[in-house]
Design a protein around this ligand. Structure first.
Ligand SMILES: [Zn+2]
Length: 603
């Protein structure tokens, strides 16, 4: 077995260089104090905005500067804490950074209401004013919220209700993180192991059907033991959404959730419609998988099995990084040149070390430095593909930070997964070409893409449909109970999987284990982002120079425009179902090819 690395034994060239944010902890302390004092100074500006343009400009500048500094303070503390999560000193730093963020939020609480209270037409004229060019997006965002912003006293009452509205989610987190025990389940070695939500996925990947079935049934039943309580919590969440939407004069909770990003409800509905159109192809894929697994009946717990193709791509980080650069070559020589700096300049924390945070992420949050990427690199295809994904986020931040002022550099969640997914598709397509004659390789690569489609486009859209239906039921005055929610969720599973799989009753409880349902109307963005990325990657690979230029422009936009408009610049119009349909066409092509490859194998 390999020796476990520690921060002391890992080669420094494979760790990120956090000193670009602050040289050391002493510099961090200095910055912390600056933000703290700056926040107090900002709070003192309350009541001055009516003095005129100069005062407003000063406030905008201070506000942007403080938020830029705060992100440095926060990211530095987070990265140091993530390097070794057991170091108390950095736990403390991160805690202080979080408190500082709340403090700054309190210090600047007056800002938006006071801006909105300026005489009619003031914000509109500032938006046109070149002196306010850096703050245009922020001002438009404020102005947009005006029709749904209430009087000072009413806003105060809503703010006071904030903690109450968060109670369902807090209760759910406490139940599922702390109190709930899913019991034991039998592993592949025949021994009983403690079942957790995180381990469920590993069990579901098992080629031993008894193992995955037991883990699945135990998990679903484990949740359903608390089914009435969880239904009450979720009903509470939905009621809180409805309360806030109604209080602010929205037609529905969904409209309220989509409004700040300027996403119309049609985008949501047309996603669902278009994905329904792809269920036939999904069923076709699942039937192929059923044959591949040698099953006579496919159950929902069979969907996650890793089919062994006997092929994997095992690259160390240097090799993986070189391959990443080759895969993204269609994005242009300068993209490759810029991206190639990442490993040499230590943007990336590569290896798993003792007590390091798990998983992977990219943080482009510090405006004045290059982005950072945390990995726990393994020599597998998954490791390679994670590198490409995170570098997609990193390069999106890199170009946005370089092009936009800090007040407009951060991009929204709606567009966040586009650049990362696009890179993954470029990688898949590059490898499919490179392994042209290698059937096992192609089965692995296409199988991987198909699973990505199933879990991101179909599964997340089904979740989106669940949320929408639950809110609509409540809006129509129906009571949300365990039975009504289970029945509705079961029906959705029947619709999505029923043509190819036996839909067992246990799946009715699955909605109980999805924490994302406590951030309402969020998951649909995974599906739309994925589809947009597929459509864009295909355009780039077609060799059309205009399409490439449009995509490259998109990478520089940060948060300077509404997300739908940014994607239009990139070349996809998410207000129509077309990009989703295009992505589903690609899915159908892949399913067809998968079938060809597998049937050729059997011949
Ligand atoms: Zn991502």
């Amino acid at each position: 077995m390999e020796q476990e690395l520690t921060r002391a034994t890992v080669d420094p060239k494979y760790t990120w260089d956090v000193t670009r944010v602050y040289a050391d902890d002493a510099q961090w302390e200095k910055a912390f104090e600056q933000v703290k004092e700056g926040g107090k100074a900002f709070a003192a500006l309350a009541g001055t905005l009516a003095q005129g343009k100069e005062a407003i400009l000063h406030a905008c500048q201070q506000y942007a500067k403080l938020n830029e500094q705060l992100s440095g303070v926060y990211c530095y503390a987070m990265m140091k804490q993530n390097e070794d999560t057991t170091v108390a000193a950095y736990q403390a730093l991160l805690g202080r950074a979080a408190s500082l963020a709340s403090e700054l939020a309190a210090d600047s609480a007056f800002f938006m209401p006071e801006m909105l209270a300026l005489p009619e037409g003031t914000l509109e004229s500032l938006i046109e004013d070149p002196a306010f060019a850096d703050y245009g997006a922020m001002l438009k965002g404020m102005l947009r919220m005006k029709p749904h912003t209430l009087s000072a006293r009413e806003e105060q009452l809503l703010a006071m209700a904030g903690d109450v509205c968060a109670a369902p989610e807090n209760a759910y987190d406490m139940l599922t993180d702390a109190d709930m025990d899913l019991g034991m389940t039998r592993g592949e070695d025949g021994k009983k192991t403690k079942l957790t939500d995180v381990r469920l996925l590993t069990f579901l990947g098992s080629r031993d059907r008894a193992v995955r079935k037991a883990a699945y049934v135990n998990t679903m039943n484990g949740y359903n033991k608390f089914g009435n309580a969880i239904a009450a919590m979720y009903a509470g969440q939905v009621k809180a959404d409805l309360y806030q939407a109604k209080a602010r004069g929205y037609k529905s909770a969904r409209q309220a959730a989509l409004y700040p990003d300027e996403i119309s409800e049609d985008v949501y509905d047309s996603l669902i419609d278009a994905v329904h159109g792809g269920i036939g192809t999904l069923s076709e894929y699942l039937r192929i998988k059923k044959e591949q697994l040698g099953l006579s009946v496919m159950h929902l717990y069979d969907m996650y099995v890793d089919v062994d193709t006997g092929f994997d791509i095992q690259l160390d980080i240097e090799e993986a990084f070189d391959l990443f650069l080759k895969a993204v070559a269609p994005l242009g020589e300068d993209y490759v040149a810029d991206a190639s700096r990442a490993l040499a300049e230590r943007w990336i924390d590569v290896y798993e070390t003792k007590n390091k945070r798990g998983g992977a992420y990219s943080s482009g949050g510090v405006y004045w430095t290059t982005p950072y990427v945390l990995l726990n690199h393994k020599k597998t295809y998954d490791g390679l593909s994670t590198l490409c994904h995170e570098m997609g986020h990193a390069m999106h931040s890199f170009y946005s930070n370089r092009t936009q002022p800090s007040s407009k550099a951060d991009y929204t969640i709606f567009v966040a997964e586009v650049a990362s997914t696009c890179n993954e598709i470029l990688l898949s397509e590059y490898l499919l070409k490179a392994y042209e004659g290698n059937k096992q390789a192609r089965i692995m690569l296409i199988g991987n893409l198909l699973e990505h489609f199933r879990t991101t486009v179909f599964r997340q859209t089904m979740f989106a449909e669940f949320e929408h239906k639950a809110h609509a039921m409540a809006e129509e005055g129906q009571t949300l109970t365990r039975d009504s929610l289970c029945e509705m969720y079961y029906g959705l599973n029947k619709l999505y999987y029923g043509r190819a799989c036996k839909v067992d009753k246990e799946v009715s409880y699955e909605w109980m284990r999805i924490p994302h349902f406590y951030s309402s109307f969020y998951v649909y963005k995974y599906a739309t982002g994925f589809c947009a990325a597929v459509a864009l990657a295909r355009g780039i690979l077609s060799g059309d120079a205009q399409k490439l230029a449009a995509y490259r422009k998109f990478l520089t936009l940060g948060g300077s425009m509404p997300p739908i408009e940014e994607l239009k610049v990139a070349g996809v119009d998410m207000s129509t179902p077309q990009p989703v349909c295009e992505a589903l066409d690609y899915f159908a092509e892949l399913v067809y090819e998968y079938r060809q490859l597998l049937s050729g194998e059997q011949a």
